[in-house]
Design a protein around this ligand. Structure first.
Ligand code: NI
Length: 258
């Protein structure tokens, strides 16, 4: 059974066809899908989707870009959603300086507050970092005592050296479509060195469709392409990656019930 640890089924490109999307990924043997919230509103939508479909779980959190308009009441909402039986993580949370750095301080504040929340409710965190790896590593190291329930670097784009530091913090590394792209040597280097018991797979649907589907609307059904590429990079067979990712998923996301 394959796993998509990070997707956005609430996105406009997917939610209108949700029954078809779910039927297609189930037919592709993708049996565990984590639908990720980006603010209080979308976290509520992914909760409703998780309630509707077997095998779909969700994460509640405020994405660094959505921190701009976020208030304390939104964090209260995330805390409330965290108690839901199918809420398996707090996320996505993190830092993103790529589009807009003007509220970097507020991003850091909300990142830390959501790490604290995850520690209180004993859930792992789903981490989004873009163009902010230095600050992110500093925050994660400074809050290492609050990472007892673990976490995953979603769509990891850093170096192999930084990956080693994150692995020391007990974090998992998740790979998606990027690792299948011809020009993504860095992601492939990381995929080669991460211990097999720390690898996860994701699509980040509807974004970042893997080769040979690049440029199309991504959906969890494409996970097998990511698994095949990881197997190729690591010189192993796809079945070994599939089994390891399944076991890693149950180890990290302890609220998942199969
Ligand atoms: Ni995402």
């Amino acid at each position: 059974m394959f796993v998509d640890s990070h997707c956005h089924l609430d996105d406009e490109k997917l939610k209108g066809d949700i029954e078809k999307v779910v039927a297609e990924f189930k037919a592709a043997n993708v049996g565990i899908v984590i639908d990720i919230g980006c603010d209080a509103e979308t976290s509520e939508i992914v909760k409703e989707q998780a309630e509707r479909f077997n095998g779909v779980y969700f994460a509640a959190g405020i994405h660094p870009m959505d921190v701009k308009d976020a208030r304390d009441a939104d964090l209260d909402k995330i805390a409330e959603l965290a108690a839901h039986p199918k809420c398996v993580a707090i996320g996505e949370i993190g830092l993103d300086y790529y589009w807009d750095k003007t509220f970097a301080e507020k991003q850091k504040e909300f990142f830390v507050r959501q790490i604290e929340l995850a520690s209180e409710v004993k859930l792992p965190i789903n981490i989004h970092i873009r163009d902010a790896m230095g600050d992110a590593v500093e925050i994660l190291k400074g809050n290492a005592d609050k990472l007892v329930s673990g976490g995953v670097m979603h769509c990891y784009s850093g170096s192999a050296e930084t990956a080693k530091e994150l692995l020391k913090l007990g974090l998992y590394i998740s790979f998606g479509g990027t690792v299948t792209f011809k020009n993504s040597r860095k992601a492939q280097e990381v995929a080669a060195i991460v211990p097999i018991n720390r690898i996860l797979t994701e699509t980040d649907s509807p974004y970042l469709a893997p080769e040979p589907k690049r440029g199309t609307v991504n959906s969890p059904k494409n996970i097998p392409f990511v698994v095949s590429k990881l197997a190729e990079i690591r010189g192993t067979d796809a079945g070994a990656i599939e089994t390891a990712v399944y076991n890693n998923t149950l180890e990290l996301f302890k609220k998942i019930r199969i």
